[in-house]
Write a protein that binds this ligand. Structure first.
Ligand code: PEP
Ligand code: MG
Length: 383
């Protein structure tokens, strides 16, 4: 039996309900040459196993059954066993994605990636077209929360109509909110459409900007959002500078959402699209959690969620709860197991898990310390 570690950011794959590791699947060398029917995917560890022995295949199937049973407990609002609330929300991109999530047992949307609505367009969508698309999503989530991210164009999400030309380092270039500042009409149109769509539905609409680095950028965006008629405005925290100064960054904002996919990329200077660097981008890196903890405590009580892929890892969701986050947003397919994990642990255990990660010297040590503190059935399912 040979195993191939699969690494990288598999956002779309995860959204399509494929069980994958926290980093998802972008690289699986050797899989295509395996005999048909001779590939196993261990969604907990992110291992692709080629030519598994009958025992290995049997154990994968048994663990999958146990996972399905365990996640049957994961219904209703997110809460720990002692009643500490953490909202469990869905990440959505396309309209289909949003409609599917709206029929699931989720408390709302924690990250609506609006750039996936208009991927193959040479010209920007009109205000009317955007209003219609947002209204459909908000209607589907009537009475629930929907956190919308304004266009995060650039780097890993190129959009033809929001492109200022070649850059040597697109991930460090004019992307996200930086592009909003250069192409103001795109932001103004989007805010106008979001405000119009919000007025016609009962969804609780929150709007946030991507790739904010400084307090003045966050305040600039918050003022524009409020002026457009959007009462709840916030920022993503994806850049270490913003995480470390969250109090100042949130001065004029209502909330923050930590995007750990990019936060890890910038914290470790490791391209999130390069599978070879995935160990640096592991959600178990202690330095990532030092940064998250600093961000949450700096926010002084304002809601701070996590909407990066790590929120969908049940053990990391517990660590995040210990760090004091108010919401966890993930691919819809992951919400059941995360809620089940929350219900099996109290807040004190989650706090101890965070401390164990902060005390660890490596991601491996961090994970094994948390597994030791975790409920046995959950630990067995996750392997
Ligand atoms: C993130 O960076 O963690 C995030 C949620 O945004 P995206 O993956 O879309 O960049
Ligand atoms: Mg991001």
């Amino acid at each position: 039996m040979s195993s191939i570690v699969v690494l990288g950011a598999g956002i779309m794959a995860t959204a399509l309900a494929t069980p994958l590791s926290d980093n998802g699947l972008v690289q699986a060398a050797g899989v295509l040459s395996a005999a048909p029917g001779r590939v196993g995917l261990d969604g907990s560890s992110g291992l692709v196993i080629t030519d598994p022995t009958p025992e290995a295949a049997g154990s994968l199937v048994a663990r999958d059954r146990a996972r399905i049973e365990l996640q049957a407990d994961g219904v209703g609002p997110g809460t720990t066993s002692d009643g500490h609330r953490v909202q469990v929300l869905a990440n959505v991109g396309t309209l289909d994605d949003a409609l599917l999530a709206s029929r699931a047992d989720v408390e709302g949307v924690g990250l609506f990636r609006t750039e996936f609505l208009f991927p193959d367009r040479e010209q920007p969508p009109s205000v009317a077209e955007q209003t219609e698309a947002y209204t459909r999503v908000f209607d589907a989530f009537a009475g629930r929360k929907v956190v919308v991210r304004t266009l995060d164009a650039g780097a890993d999400k190129p959009l033809a109509f929001a492109n200022l030309g070649e850059e040597a380092n697109p991930a460090l270039g004019v992307r996200g909110l930086r592009l909003h500042r250069e192409l103001r009409h795109l932001l103004d149109d989007q805010l106008e459409a979001l405000a119009a769509a919000r007025r016609s539905t009962s969804a609780d609409v929150w709007v946030m900007a991507p790739m904010v680095a400084t307090p003045s950028e966050a305040s600039w965006f918050a003022a524009l959002g409020r002026a457009a008629g959007l009462p709840t405005v916030g920022t993503m925290i994806e850049i270490p500078a913003a995480a470390l100064r969250s109090g100042q960054v949130l001065a004029d904002c209502d909330f923050a959402s930590i995007g750990t996919n990019d936060l890890s990329q910038y914290l470790f200077a490791a391209d999130r699209m390069d599978g070879r660097l995935a160990p640096l981008l592991s959600g178990w890196q202690p330095a990532l959690w030092s940064t998250i903890r600093a961000c949450v405590s700096g926010a002084a009580g304002k809601p701070v969620g996590i909407c990066g892929e790590i929120a969908g890892d049940p053990l990391l969701a517990l660590v995040a709860t210990g760090a004091g986050v108010s919401s966890l947003s993930m691919a819809t397919a992951r919400t059941g197991l995360v809620r089940a994990a929350l219900r099996r642990h109290d807040l004190a255990t989650c706090t101890a898990m965070l401390q164990a990660v902060l005390d660890a010297d490596s991601p491996e040590e961090a994970r094994s310390a948390v597994v030791t503190l975790a409920d046995r059935e959950l630990a067995l399912v996750l392997g």
